[in-house]
Design a protein around this ligand. Sequence first.
Ligand code: FES
Ligand SMILES: [Fe+2]
Length: 388
Amino acid sequence: MRRQSGDLSRSARYDTRVVKRPAAIDAGLQLGLRNRWYPIFESKDLGSGKAIGIKRLGEELALWRDSSGQPHVFIDRCPHRGAAFSEGGTVHGQELQCWYHGFRYDGSGQCTAVPVEGEQTALANRVSITSYPVEERWGMIWAYIGEVDLFPSPPLELPDEMLRPDWAGHIARATWRANWLLVIDNLMDPMHASWLHAKSYTLSKGKKSARLAVRELDDGFIVERENQRGVNFDWTEYHDNGSLWFRLEIPYPRSAGPGGPFRILGWSTPVDAESSLSYFLRMRHVSGWQRRLWDLLYGLYLERNHWNVLEQDRRILESQRGLSSRLWEHMAQTDIGVVRLRRMLNEAYWSQQEVYLAAAAAGRKPSSGERVKALLAARGAGREAIPV
Ligand code: FES
Ligand SMILES: [Fe+2]
């Protein structure tokens, strides 16, 4: 008997063999897109002498600075018997020493000494810990978090404004109880400014409705209002060139001093599934005396205004109560940037998963940060694809 189409869709929904590629938020993207550079810490907060523990992209990491000043990021788990380096680990020259039994590791993560076995030991050569590539630029420590054997780290490319002497800015760091995907959705959603920030500084201006359009960029896209420019938060860019970052601009009145509009460069680094750490660089096109004036005005009142605006973002993003908010969405035309962003991230995620799976099939042992176990288990059970 020929089944009704309604019957088919109902049965398909419960048949694990015919599940399409789902949005990769549950097991994958909610803890970040791996194999990208992320700002993980501010330089000024990392001293020397000992390891500190942080969590990024859902991983426990040990961050330490060797005696030449170079920072290093290890997985925070000593390969001897699993103690955390951040629990009392100490720096000795170019090496980090675990507190528990004194095993030592160089910056590459290679074990160099097993003191409990004395001077002569063969064990050290066989022991190492993952050390992620690190760069220290613009007052921040950046880590390439991923699997360099499969995805070699590209050079860290910073936006032009951070490289040019005619731009100057300040770092704002925000730790929110909101998944990073909610934070970056918000960055690709310029219309929220006319509502959420309607009483804030310059964001009260302009039309409160618009059609939004998307334009491709070499390494991402721009979403912009069709009906106004240079009035409010009217456009925003997404770039993926080895790190995932955002650029947007907000007009400033004359009273805010020289340097034209206020530009924000943003990154959001997942901490875990529930929280994220965002860096918003607050930039202006200034140098010389204009730069000193910008610094002065920033300290006097502009920074306070910006934190008031960010506090509105924090409140509303935390109110979404995590990614379950996506189950009940009804997108508007003005969410076109959010939709595009999610699509691009999902494509990037799945193209990585294919590489991980092929490597696993060829016998490579997945790293602890990869989230391919569910997929592998499902393959072993004979399914073609499974929801993750
Ligand atoms: S657990 Fe680190 S040296 Fe033993
Ligand atoms: Fe906002």
